[in-house]
Design a binder for this molecule. Sequence first.
Ligand code: PBG
Length: 329
Amino acid sequence: MYPLIRNRRLRSSEAIRHLVRETIITPSDFLVPLFVVEGKGIKEEIASMPNYYRLSLDNLAKEAKELWKMGLCSVLLFVKVPDNLKDNHGSEALNENGLMQLAIKTVKNACPDMLVMTDVALDPYSSYGHDGIVSDGQILNDESVEVLTEMSVSHAKAGADFVAPSDMMDGRILSIREALEDEGYINTGIMAYSAKYASAFYGPFRDALDSAPVTIKNIPKDKSTYQMDFSNRFEAIRETQMDIEEGADIVMVKPGLCYLDIVREIKNEVDVPVAVYQVSGEYAMVKAAAEKGWLDHDSVMMEQLIAMKRAGANIIASYFAKDAVKLMG
Ligand code: PBG
């Protein structure tokens, strides 16, 4: 008898589609990136990230409360550091009263139960815009790891629940884990940016923090001597397995949409939570196309977010978190 099987039966009404839906997204899937600036009463829109803002500490507190009310319970903090505080060694990163350290305390004060993660890398603090220390046409690995390790301890001391090293230096997870243990921060977690690709999609983020790498002789501006080559797949698995062996609690793939094959592969390979970062350029593309009326903002946004979860991401860092949760109603 033809046809015995009609797959369209399971698509014939919203109720049945709902019943058999494999992937749903909820507010608790999201990690919300936040950009913090010095000053008071500041909420500046980032030119290449429409409807996304740099916030001073007072507005950061307000934002944290708003997120919490919406069921968004985890944030990832980034700071924009004034030029006069930048140097090659990222010294300001270790300032106990630096902007990041104050931002952590501000969020914890406003929302004590909010999960606070912090970006650990030198680029916002570096006069060269690189994630590590620059010397003789090189980004120094081990010297940079020392600073990143101190920086992580400083964030833990200020109250961060997780540190998120995004620098791609070798050996940094082990170094950070050991230092956190030694200093008694045994419950501070590490979310490792394990498979972080040298991507052109980070452009708007670098505008947001004014952290784009400057031209230096013999050093590529695209960070390709430390971030991964986007042509590679096996390397992503090796990087991720190493980070887990070194003590990472959560691993991350970044960017998102172009790298969902990597998310799936890592998800199949490892047994720790996998995060994906839908980065600034991905956000900007959707906003720009929607502004032109070329794409439907909300539909495209949800399709992409669901795709990330379907690919295997347990956690999605996204600038769309609020937009998506509002849409969920
Ligand atoms: C810094 C860092 C970057 C991003 C997160 N942490 C930029 C970079 O590596 O140059 C990108 C995030 C985004 O584009 O949304 N190490």
